[in-house]
Design a protein around this ligand. Structure first.
Ligand code: APR
Length: 403
């Protein structure tokens, strides 16, 4: 690539170049903008795609407070619903935990992530934020020096280049941020849990007024309300399952079976509008930065969806990074940036630990050297202790809602 081929985009620069317009990138962009920091968001996809992509929907109280103190909570205040009960259906009966009244006494707010993204986007653009859709970051170079560069590919294939003082990689696990880390710069901790879920989005009203977790000899099943018309379901499936092998009828019959419809009532059926297989895995990069490149959200760590922590961690990390970048750029204090990684990793590992515990609560996971009946008995004991011990319930509630 010759210098002249970059001619047009050589004008392009910002103090902070943010890769990706998910919750991480958009919270960061909004906060930097409010603090008067020059930034730009580069997003590979188009605007419609970004704000219509159905994802998670459970916001922790801490996340709501971050959005609230930064004036980003308008939509969720109007349309979000407080939620604070989960129901476990197990081999030994069912029980409910009203986690609003346990632990720190905090509820979740159910607010579909794509609506949050649409709000954050509208607010960023209204406040004069710069965002380039259809611009894919290809690589970050020079991150170990003071002037990193992001090379990009525009939607029409033209190359471009952005100069920055800092780059925030909020572009997910397959993004350019992770790819650009030099070998050996960070360590990747990785755990494949050996469990897969068929994730389903149904045009059907919720069937329970609680998050439902069912353990069953045929595997786990989950129920999570998204809105009064849309419900997310999960079915544990064999790794390698093809989603198209699951007809609507098969999905609903299996959900009814595992959720024990004959005892507790049939599920309210509807069209399945989305199905995808998710392999439960976790990974954490350590540290979360390399020179002037910082990793946020899924780019920093991947957490299994069992405890709905992904988006909540992303928002928390974005706030920590926004403050640290503001201290560095507006007040000449680089110290908070230097401790960004350590501060986030404390929260990330706690969330990983809880999600790991949830995975073992809800699934029988083969481990070498441990007989399956022994594992099964341990899992039943874990469920029994959650059912009967107030101390265990408080611990659950604090970790389930908290970060
Ligand atoms: N260049 C520019 N944009 C990119 C690139 C790239 N090379 N690669 C990916 N992107 C964009 C994606 O199109 C997406 O819009 O980065 C964005 C990443 O957004 P998310 O995947 O939502 O990631 P994040 O903001 O970290 O969200 C955190 O929310 O629902 C949960 O599971 C989700 O845990 C995740 C969390």
């Amino acid at each position: 690539m010759t210098e002249s081929q970059y001619a047009r985009s050589d004008q392009d620069s910002a103090d902070v170049v943010i890769l990706g317009a998910g919750p991480a990138g958009l919270v960061l962009g909004n906060l930097l903008l409010r603090n008067g920091i020059d930034c730009v968001v580069l997003e590979r996809a188009g605007r419609d795609h970004v704000q219509n992509r159905a994802r998670a929907g459970f916001l922790a109280a801490h996340t709501v407070r971050i959005l609230e103190r930064n004036g980003l909570d308008g939509g969720l205040r109007r349309r979000g619903r407080e939620h604070g009960v989960c129901e476990f259906r197990t081999e030994s009966g069912r029980f409910r935990l009203d986690y609003r009244l346990l632990g720190r006494g905090e509820p979740h707010t159910v607010y579909p992530q794509h609506e949050l993204v649409a709000d954050l986007l509208a607010q960023f653009v209204d406040a004069g934020g710069r965002i380039r859709f259809g611009t894919e970051a290809v690589a970050v170079t020079g991150a170990d020096g003071p002037a990193p560069t992001v090379t990009v590919r525009e939607g029409d294939g033209r190359p471009g280049r952005w100069r920055a003082r800092y780059v925030a990689a909020c572009d997910g696990r397959h993004g350019a941020g992770r790819r650009s880390l030099p070998p050996g710069a960070v360590h990747r901790h990785h755990r494949d849990h050996g469990v897969s879920w068929l994730g389903l989005l149904a045009e059907a009203p919720p069937s329970l007024d609680a998050v439902g977790y069912a353990t069953h000899p045929r595997g786990f099943a989950g129920h999570m309300a998204r809105s009064s018309e849309i419900t997310r379901y999960y079915l544990q499936c064999e790794p390698g399952t093809r989603p198209e092998d699951w007809s609507e009828e098969r999905v609903w019959d299996e959900l009814d079976l595992r959720m024990r419809a004959t005892e507790y009532g049939h599920l309210r059926r509807g069209g399945i509008v989305q199905r995808a297989v998710v392999d439960l895995e976790s990974d954490v990069l350590e540290p979360l930065s390399h020179g002037s490149l910082f990793l946020v959200g899924d780019a920093a760590a991947l957490i299994s969806p069992s405890a709905a922590k992904g988006a909540n961690l992303a928002v928390l990390e974005a706030e920590i990074l926004a403050r640290a970048l503001t201290d560095a750029l507006a007040h000449g204090d680089p110290e908070p940036l230097a401790s960004y990684s350590d501060r986030c990793l404390v929260h990330i590992w706690r969330a990983q630990e809880f999600s790991h515990w949830m995975i073992r609560l809800l699934h029988d996971i083969p481990e070498s050297g441990s007989a399956s009946l022994f594992r099964e008995r341990l899992r039943h004991a874990r469920i029994a202790s959650l059912r009967t011990s107030r101390t265990q319930q408080d611990w659950f509630a604090e970790n389930y809602v908290g970060i």
